[in-house]
Design a binder for this molecule. Structure first.
Ligand code: GAL
Length: 469
């Protein structure tokens, strides 16, 4: 039931694994700056060393081979390639590092999927306004073109920006991710807008300048939970779930896949709230300019990061303050029957993925879909024999198979998050998503396969032999 060229992958991101934060003239990123401030990250931990993949890449490659992956998703550290973010100064050591990673993967018959931006903006660009500044879009486009030019002869799958929702909301509204800004109700919409503009420009550059020769595919990775109304017969809850979808998945997928503009429910909710609170001026949700490359149609596939599901209900009382939560005016609830794994937000709901995939097929015109992230975390005491996680992978991949077989969703690949235990953003190293355990207390940072890794390897090998047979 899995197509014969199905991508069996796992993913990582540069800041979460590479370390070498100053090695060989790398420039600082906003995550370097954020983690070096006290009180921002669990235990004041940082990604200064992380899994030290900058030096231990070959160990990672061994892990990839042990799993039998056909694909590996990694991100490029923008400031490792271009220390001040601009193409004026290229760090050749950074280019060499990623060239080696790509060449080693290909030599082992593993296809790379490269993410250009996974949360780590060069600090020099943040100092010029970062994602809030409209000019960031053209700077990103130059960086993207540099990457297509440098690596695109060998890389055929590209993600421009990973989870614009998370960058915009957690980084600029809640302030719990770098750059740590708390500017509720305004900045996140501007950041999301500039990310969409940047993505669209990069896609158009690829499409006209690189695709004819390189023949690859480009998208952006959109995170979404599956959302059900808490009371399926209650009109307010149904409307609340629709609004919630519009403010998460719809915010980024609607402009790219459906209309070239934000979902109407999102704009009207924001504008109504502005009016209620006496906020004058233009809509807080920016508009796309007709003079810029269109955002509609700028994805060659749908890249979905799915972790969990929620029930949604209408809110009883809405704070009278400007913020995204009051704009969205919908509340999420956890179903007590769903087990929680590791972190409080991650309820284990594999069947939610099947529903979400069907929703994507129906709403976004049956796109090719890659599940670019999906995983299950554990917190201490750690279990190498992590049976619950093994079950999770089996159940989830079964749901993916059903989405293909029963619902006809055009799913092209599945990437487990993550290859290795790594630096889990504001949770530091306290939350572990790896298929491989990393011993952070040992200078060698030894990698050891979890039981769930063995299980995933078995699943891959079973389906690969069915596919070829
Ligand atoms: C995603 C993110 C990953 C990883 C994962 C697990 O939002 O893209 O980098 O941290 O969540 O929480």
């Amino acid at each position: 039931m899995f197509p014969c060229d199905f991508a069996w992958g796992a993913g990582t991101a540069a800041y979460q694994i590479e370390g070498g934060w100053q090695a060989d003239s790398k420039g600082p990123s906003i995550w370097d700056t954020f983690c070096h401030k006290k009180g921002k990250v669990f235990g004041d931990q940082t990604g200064d060393v992380a899994c030290n993949s900058y030096e231990l890449w070959e160990k990672d490659l061994e892990c990839i081979q042990q799993l039998g992956l056909t694909h590996y998703r990694l991100s490029l550290a923008w400031a490792r390639l271009l220390p001040d973010g601009s193409t004026g100064h290229v760090n050749q050591k950074g280019v060499q590092y990623y060239n080696k990673v790509i060449d080693d993967l290909l030599a082992c018959n593993v296809s790379p999927m490269l993410t250009l931006y996974h949360f780590d903006l060069p600090q020099a660009l943040q100092d010029q306004g970062g994602w809030k500044s409209p000019s960031i879009a053209t700077v990103f486009d130059s960086y993207a073109q540099f990457c297509f030019q440098t690596f695109g002869d060998r890389v055929k799958l590209w993600i421009t920006i990973n989870e614009p929702y998370v960058c915009a909301k957690l980084g600029h509204e809640d302030g719990i991710h770098a750059p740590g800004l708390k500017e509720p109700g305004i900045a996140a919409y501007v950041v999301g807008h500039n990310m969409l503009r940047a993505h669209a420009m990069a896609w158009h550059s690829y499409n006209s300048l690189y695709r004819p020769k390189q023949k690859g595919a480009v998208s952006l990775a959109i995170n979404s939970d599956w959302l059900d109304p808490l009371h399926p017969d209650c009109a307010e809850d149904i409307a609340a779930a629709e609004r919630y979808f519009a403010f998460t998945l719809g915010w980024f997928a609607w402009p790219v896949f459906v209309t070239g503009d934000y979902p109407e429910i999102m704009r009207s909710a924001i504008d109504a709230q502005s009016k209620k609170l006496g906020y004058s001026g233009d809509s807080r949700l920016p508009s796309f300019s007709k003079d810029e490359p269109a955002v509609l149609g700028t994805a060659d596939f749908f890249a979905l990061n799915y972790y969990t599901s929620r029930k949604v209900k209408a809110r009883e009382a809405c704070e009278q303050v400007l913020c995204m939560k009051s704009d969205r005016d919908a509340e999420e609830v956890l179903d007590p029957s769903w087990p929680i794994c590791g972190v409080s937000w991650l309820a284990v709901v594999p069947h939610g993925l099947k529903k979400l995939l069907k929703y994507i097929k129906d709403t976004f015109n049956n796109p090719a879909v890659y599940i670019t992230e999906n995983g299950f975390s554990q917190v201490g005491p750690l279990q190498i024999e992590d049976d619950q996680r093994s079950e999770f992978y089996k159940d989830t991949i079964f749901e993916v198979a059903k989405a293909i077989g029963e619902d006809g969703v055009n799913i092209r690949g599945y990437f487990a998050w993550s290859l290795l235990d790594n630096f889990e953003w504001s949770d530091g190293f306290s939350v572990r998503f790896g298929l491989f355990h990393v011993d952070f207390s040992d200078a060698k940072l030894t990698r050891a396969m979890y039981h769930s890794g063995r299980e995933y390897a078995k699943i891959i090998s079973k389906y690969k032999s069915n596919q070829s047979g």
